[in-house]
Ligand binder design. Sequence first.
Ligand code: RP5
Length: 164
Amino acid sequence: MKKIGIIMGSDSDLPVVEKAIETLEDLDIPYEVHVYSAHRTPAIANDFSRNARKNGFAAIIAAAGKAAHLAGAIAANTTLPVIGIPIKSSTLDGVDALLSTVQMPSGIPVATVAIDGAKNAALLAAQIIAVEDEDLAEKLQSRREDATASVLKKNAAIEKKYNR
Ligand code: RP5
């Protein structure tokens, strides 16, 4: 199976990014994690993204806060799918990062999840791999069914308590 690259702009993003790592672990998807910044280590971030396809990656998750140009900078150097996680690390509560990540100019797409939406970033990366991996597609379907069962259980408890 191809790997998922997880890049964060700073180690201060790790508490959020860990949810993506845990999700990939749960699904047995191989990954690499790096701290590469578009502005502090631009050459290294460029090098990683330029070589990501030949190095066996299927998609790249890029997490960054503030004026978060990391996902876009990575996407500029690869035709692999890039998933951006805007991180809430600023006085603007992550809205700055959301807009910097989601508002990519036409031609260089970044699939942007919610502010701090690391779990969805990992699930979207998994769904990209699952296009050609039936076993993984079944695992993802099974997680959806578990989520449905869990909501129905909570609903039953609430209905029992309030509906007479
Ligand atoms: C961004 O600036 C990082 O992604 C992080 O969210 C934010 C703050 O970085 P630190 O000052 O904590 O290293 O580049």
